[in-house]
Design a protein around this ligand. Structure first.
Ligand SMILES: [Zn+2]
Length: 599
């Protein structure tokens, strides 16, 4: 292939963002870029697809106290088994004996990750064997593991094109298999929980293109080193398949099964426009989750820098840049092991969710839809009918008759309390926006997703949080301690992260209960309120940011824990005790607004 992988867009200005150095001529786009999340930062993406660019400022080599890539050991074990002909039992024995280091320099893995890996590798091998048996029955040839990474590359040109690019590469993360004649090629893409079923068309086509046209690359480029000029080995692929594998469940999901021509057609239709956009925009900045890996953060003037947000102390030795959300803080406070396994490694055994949590998400979904619906005329839910929203299964929520009745009653409570009731049409309303800031001395990106953020009365911003609960508001726990998202809202408004004047802004809290409701207001311009918020966040964030072991803290939450099956202490705790129903007075933290960035 000598033409660019995707079509021309607006001419690249050629200027690098402040604080970024290196060579822009190599464009390497992974299939993951095709997911194109709504809160992606165009500048961060533009830099992410140019592997020879880097931040100018050098940082100390960060300490990684435990292995922080959940799928890394799965791939390592499968490499030993598939490419070095080692027996699985032998590999598993070494995995556990060396705590996942295999004698190398990598940090040790969390004990639960070792157990997850053993199970996930065993399930993967069984799934591959079952697929091979189905193929045999269908008259298809066997496929064998391919060690070299598959990359679709264009010829390297002497002169840069309109993007400043001399070479394009398309990559996909996964495991590769091909028939001896090369006509059938498979790509298996593992995930830490269930196999992903929500990949957009652009990502499916990107994966299938690598399966169909990728060249086995035995000198795969690493880091910022430029790859060797390509050799051309045209593939004779007739059929390309992509399978998703869920390491947490052992499930397999067929992603694509196309002829090479069909894969190419779909790539042109769906993927190429997304990649062209990803490579083009060098000026738009959208602070948020992408700040964590962004090469331009040091020179970015759009992200809000807030030194001393809660008075935290830097980790010694320094760690990799991290993000922290209220969900992270709450999960870590409940159990550090659960935080590490679910929030950092994204492991998930998909245990059934607590009915109260499903109810809370269902109410959230209805409110978000209503609040997003009409921003022109009269606003708010005061005059909207409740009954129309009770077809919960149609919304995708499996509620019991009891929780469905509770959810409907909560929506009824909300009508009178809706913060948008009577709001003037000129005011700006954002539903579940990502609000972020950067704490430079901690190298931490703080992420928050308030339920509503809206302007009120010229210049002030209202940060509104809605919670659903089985119990009315308790008076014995301070509000911000019970709901730390309010404390973070206070700190972020006080720091002016939304561009707000703290003296004209406030945090609102709405608690919905089937027979009752509560409404509270917190003032970020009031010193004692800010001091209390700082104490609340510091008491949660400091243990998280300095944790190096993520030890389990067995307790009531073990009963509904999504990773307990890999946690010896959690299993022992549940086996010892008579199971008790969860009695928490709320539905737990809100699920993150953005899908996890996992393969
Ligand atoms: Zn409303």
């Amino acid at each position: 292939m000598s033409s660019p992988l995707f079509p021309p867009a607006a001419r690249d200005s050629g200027a690098l963002p402040d604080g970024v150095v290196g060579e822009p001529w190599l464009l390497r786009v992974s299939s993951r870029i095709a997911r194109d999340p709504h809160d992606a930062c165009p500048t961060a993406t533009h830099l992410a697809v140019r592997p020879l660019l880097a931040a100018a400022a050098t940082r100390p080599y960060p300490a990684v106290p435990v292995q922080d890539f959940g799928l890394g050991l799965l791939m390592r074990c499968l490499d030993f088994i598939e490419h070095h002909n080692r027996a699985p039992e032998d590999v598993f024995a070494e995995l556990h004996r060396t705590a996942g280091t295999f004698g190398g320099r990598d940090p040790a893995a969390h004990p639960a990750l070792l157990r997850w890996t053993t199970e996930a590798v065993t399930g993967f091998l069984a799934a591959r064997t079952a697929q091979q048996a189905r193929d045999r029955d269908a008259g298809l040839p066997p496929t064998r593991p391919e060690a070299g990474e598959w990359v679709v590359r264009t010829q390297r040109s002497e002169d840069p094109d309109h993007r400043g690019a001399r070479q394009y590469e398309l990559t996909a993360w996964g495991r590769r298999y091909a028939s001896d004649d090369g006509r059938l090629r498979d790509l298996w893409v593992p995930s830490p929980g269930r196999p992903r079923t929500d990949r957009p068309d652009a990502e499916k086509a990107a994966l299938a293109n690598v399966a169909a046209f990728g060249e086995p690359l035995h000198n795969a480029p690493r880091g910022r080193r430029a790859p060797a000029p390509n050799r051309t080995a045209p593939q004779n692929t007739e059929r390309a398949r992509v399978f998703g594998y869920g390491g947490g469940t052992g499930g397999v999901h067929p992603v694509a099964d196309w002829t090479a021509a069909e894969a190419k057609r779909r790539f042109t239709e769906y993927t190429a426009p997304v990649f062209a956009r990803a490579a083009a925009d060098t000026t738009t900045r959208r602070p948020g989750p992408d700040c964590v890996t962004c090469k331009a953060l040091d020179g970015c003037t759009t992200v809000r820098r807030v030194p001393n947000l809660w008075g935290g102390t830097s980790a010694v030795p320094p760690r990799k840049r991290r993000s922290v959300s209220v969900w992270d803080l709450r999960v870590h406070a409940t159990c550090p092991a659960q935080y590490h396994l679910t929030r950092q490694l994204h492991l998930d055994a998909l245990v059934p969710e607590h009915p109260g949590a499903v109810r809370g998400r269902a109410v959230d979904a209805v409110l978000n839809r209503r609040h997003s619906a009409d921003t022109r005329g009269p606003r708010g839910c005061r005059d909207l009918p409740v009954a129309a929203d009770t077809a919960w299964s149609a919304e995708g929520y499996e509620l019991t008759p009891r929780t469905a009745a509770e959810a409907t009653a909560m929506l009824g409570q909300h009508r009178a309390l809706c913060p948008l009731n009577g709001l003037h049409a000129d005011e700006e309303v954002r539903v579940q926006p990502t609000v972020s800031c950067y704490v430079p001395e901690l190298d931490v990106v703080v992420l928050a997703v308030p339920d509503l953020l809206f302007t009120r009365d010229a210049g002030g911003w209202v940060w509104h949080e809605t919670k659903t609960a089985s119990q009315p508001l308790r008076g014995d726990v301070p509000l911000m301690r019970a709901y730390p998202q309010l404390a973070l809202g206070v700190l972020m408004l006080a720091a002016g992260t939304t561009g707000a004047d703290p003296r004209r802004s406030w945090v609102e809290f709405e608690l919905l209960h089937p027979t009752d409701a509560a409404w509270e207001r917190l003032d970020p311009g009031h010193g004692p309120v800010v001091d209390e918020a700082r104490d609340v966040i510091a008491s949660l964030a400091e243990p998280l940011l300095h944790d190096t072991t993520y030890a389990p803290r067995p307790g009531r939450e073990c009963h509904g824990c999504a990773v307990r099956k890999w946690c010896v202490e959690g299993e022992a705790h549940v086996a010892r005790r008579i199971p008790t129903a969860r009695t928490a007075d709320d539905d737990g933290p809100h699920a993150p607004a953005r899908p996890e960035p996992t393969p």
